[in-house]
Ligand binder design. Structure first.
Ligand code: DGY
Length: 321
């Protein structure tokens, strides 16, 4: 293999420690504390000027300003499958390769979606808090859950790799499964709806696996939530930007829908107070893929993209744009 040790690779802010260790062993590691281009000091700008690659954590905003600070950058390797935080169109126009980490996290995130769904419906966090407060069902009055997974109609918004893995997991529950994508997916028997509205009208359980970005900004709005109906449940394991969070908090509070399970938020790490206050809501800090096993596999794929790019001139998993 080629000697890549003189190639400067920038880690701005946080990255998985296994990825950092591999970059340090293989390339010349350049670090700065944060990625926000408006906060780059003159000294930081000097440090990053020559870097050839920038692995970034999914969700960071990597736009023109950041990329312009790196005039020599050839590749941006996103740690995460979702790259809505990277301006891939701008990168493409400027000949910058963008990669992500698909497949290695599919099963983990699908597991999390199903866990979140059942947890929201059966209110496990409430039950657990009640036990920790010293209660037990035969001693006190435990309010049994009004919701159940039985007889539910499942709708998946975003039947991609992860959406399909969620659908496969739900098949043994014997529930009807429908979905909305821009186009029908070939070779699947789930019911297709050409609009999100039509999907929401046909189901009571909406699982959002959509990748985020401008096209789906606040797509899950008051109208969509109302269409789910009073037993409606929303699970979001995709991107927070897809949901109108104020409308969701209102829908939960007013009983327009019954429950929500959210792993992602529009303005992470900020979780709106209205959602923290809303009833029947299970909230997770964006941990869908967060097992030791899967995060390590993501770190490896992120760095493998850099290695193949600089040694063979091709990326392992370029984004589809
Ligand atoms: C992803 O892979 O897109 C997850 O959201 C982690 O960033």
């Amino acid at each position: 293999t080629s000697d890549l040790s003189s190639i400067p690779v920038l880690v701005a802010g946080k990255l998985h420690e296994h990825a950092i260790a591999r970059i340090r062993d293989t390339f010349r590691l350049v670090t700065i504390e944060q990625i926000d281009p408006s906060l780059l000091t003159a000294e930081m700008r000097e440090t990053v000027r020559g870097v050839a690659a920038a692995p970034v954590v999914g969700g960071s905003f990597v736009g023109p300003q950041f990329l312009q600070a790196l005039p020599k950058v050839e590749i941006v390797a996103n740690f995460g499958v979702g790259y809505d935080g990277v301006d891939a169109a701008y990168a493409g126009k400027n000949g910058i390769m963008v990669t992500n980490t698909p497949d290695v996290l599919t099963e983990e995130v699908a597991d999390s979606a199903v866990g979140l769904l059942i947890s929201a419906i059966r209110e496990f966090p409430r039950a657990e808090a009640w036990l920790r407060a010293g209660n037990w069902v035969t001693k006190g009055h435990y309010r049994v859950t009004p919701l159940t997974l039985r007889e539910r109609r499942i709708g998946i918004f975003g039947l991609g790799r992860i959406g399909l893995a969620v659908a496969r997991r739900l098949e043994p529950f014997g529930l009807p499964i429908a979905y909305h994508n821009r186009r029908p997916v070939e070779g699947v028997s789930y019911t297709y709806h050409s609009s999100l509205k039509a999907l929401a009208e046909a189901v009571d359980t909406l699982i959002c696996v959509a990748p985020g970005g401008a096209a789906t900004e606040k797509a899950i709005n008051a109208e969509i939530l109302a269409a789910l109906g009073p037993t409606g449940v929303l699970v979001n394991i995709g991107r927070g930007s897809t949901v109108d969070e104020a409308a969701l908090a209102a829908a939960l509070t007013n009983g327009t829908i019954a429950a929500a399970g959210l792993d992602v938020f529009a303005d992470e790490p900020n979780v709106p107070q209205a959602l923290l206050d809303a009833p029947n809501t299970v909230l997770l800090p964006h941990v869908g893929s967060a097992s030791v096993h899967t995060r390590r596999a993501m770190a490896d794929l992120c760095v493998d993209n850099l290695v193949t790019w600089f040694s063979e001139g091709r990326a392992r998993t370029p984004v589809a744009e």
